[in-house]
Design a protein around this ligand. Sequence first.
Ligand code: NI
Length: 199
Amino acid sequence: MKNSESPFPCSVAIAADTGIIPEATAHYQKRLSDLRGLFLDPESLERRIREENDPVCYENYAFNDNQAEGDLFFGTTIIYPGKVGLEYHLTRGHYHRKRDHAETYQALSGRGYVLFERKDGTSCTAELIPGKVTYVPPFWAHRSVNISDVPLVFLWTCPVEAGHDYEALAGRGMRQVVVERNGRASIEEREACVSARQH
Ligand code: NI
């Protein structure tokens, strides 16, 4: 929606434990069935979809539908705790449509990681925990993972014109995965995990 007048200053309430923004201008949920192709273990995914009636994996509240360049867009993402096989719940991830646009993430509760990947194949991860701000630089795809047993709630802020390109990561995993090993989160290479599953 295009607003003809520039917005007024305001303070927007955010519930740190649930991520709910009562004044949100947009909201969506993603269920496990929306995340096919992203997890290491498709059999476990289908079993959970079937046996748990396709639970919500994460949801998103956004504030500000003003589309004027130079404005900011912000909101929350809430990733519910859980695993598909050994792999922790995650978001579908995206590049920004304008690849040279950056973003920040700030965890409000729970803990996790952001998986990063560049077009040249470079990958890395960064913590997503209360007390730290995660910088999402230009040109990096980003996908978030909840490794805690409570909802991971984080606040994201980016330029409104950054936009989302979900297609580049649709239906595929990223180079790194976060799996549970001996009760702890372990960041591993996808290729190694895929070949371990096949042997
Ligand atoms: Ni983003």
